[in-house]
Design a protein around this ligand. Structure first.
Ligand SMILES: C[S@@+](CC[C@H](N)C(=O)[O-])C[C@H]1O[C@@H](n2cnc3c(N)ncnc32)[C@H](O)[C@@H]1O
Length: 252
């Protein structure tokens, strides 16, 4: 039976939960970076969810770039990304193949009061995606990276299956050419370039929090906006911006 959550979780409660889940203390310490409303009862009910969630400021930035009518988040996890898409898109389709994570995503979206904009679907994204061909504007791809020890590998683990990044990109390009792909910061430009079909423009964005690169986002189709090369993170001017910088690089 699903545990009833209190509205507010004290840090001792969070520590106890994380001990049971074997979550590294650094993720607990950064819980407000994952969800600014963490104290309102955010649920991350397995350890993988803790290290898979896209930090809120990065998710919010990517959501602003992906603003559209209908977006699909086929690997939705506990909801970090789809919650932000619900603030910039009219309608969000969130797919997840682990039921407890999908329940967390729905619960967390309720805390952010955006659950009405999101359709939560339990299932295998690779089986469901053909039904969206020609019906969606953007797909945000955040495949499972294989955990915090991910080492620049070319393969992404999907349960018993492994997919190459190029196979994942090819699959979703059948639905729409407007893709945003979230990758580990250790992904090399060469690895990214070799996964994108020849002749397609793409943009590689390095997502920084507090001067540390946390993730990479690759944009394709109409989401590509920067054709100007710049490896230097933009200067932040306000205290609000200080946590989030985006160094952008375009590759032909
Ligand atoms: C990196 S996490 C996504 C994190 C999410 N973007 C967030 O910000 O919270 C990847 C998720 O994909 C899910 N997943 C893996 N294979 C899948 C499949 N074939 N279909 C749907 N979901 C899948 C995993 O269970 C995991 O929760």
């Amino acid at each position: 039976m699903r545990r009833k959550r209190s509205k507010r979780q004290s840090s001792t409660e969070v520590d106890r939960t994380s001990c049971n889940l074997k979550v590294h203390p650094k993720y607990i310490a950064q819980r407000f970076r994952l969800f600014s409303k963490f104290e309102q009862g955010i649920s991350l009910s397995d350890s993988e969810s803790w290290y898979s969630v896209l930090p809120e400021k990065i998710a919010s930035h990517v959501a602003s770039r992906c603003s559209c009518d209908v977006i699909v988040d086929p690997f939705a996890g506990a909801g970090g990304s789809c919650i932000q898409f619900a603030t910039t898109c009219t309608y969000v389709i969130a797919i997840e193949n682990v039921s407890s994570r999908l329940m967390d995503a729905k619960h967390n979206a309720e805390i952010y009061q955006v659950s009405n904009n999101i359709d939560f679907i339990l299932g295998d994204a690779f089986q469901i995606f053909p039904s969206f061909i020609g019906k969606v504007d953007v797909i945000f791809i955040a495949p499972p990276w294989g955990g915090p020890n991910y080492e620049n590998g070319d393969f992404f683990n999907f349960g018993r299956f492994q997919y190459r990044l190029s196979e994942i990109v090819d699959s979703f390009l059948q639905v729409t050419e407007n893709l945003a792909i979230s990758l580990p910061r250790s992904s090399s430009p060469r690895q990214i370039a070799s996964a994108i079909p020849e002749g397609r423009l793409f943009e590689v964005e390095y997502n920084y929090l507090n001067d540390k690169c946390k993730t990479i986002t690759v944009y394709l189709g109409s989401l590509v906006k920067s054709l100007v090369s710049s490896m230097i993170p933009q200067q932040s001017h306000s205290s609000e911006d200080r946590e989030m910088d985006n160094g952008q690089r375009y590759q032909p």
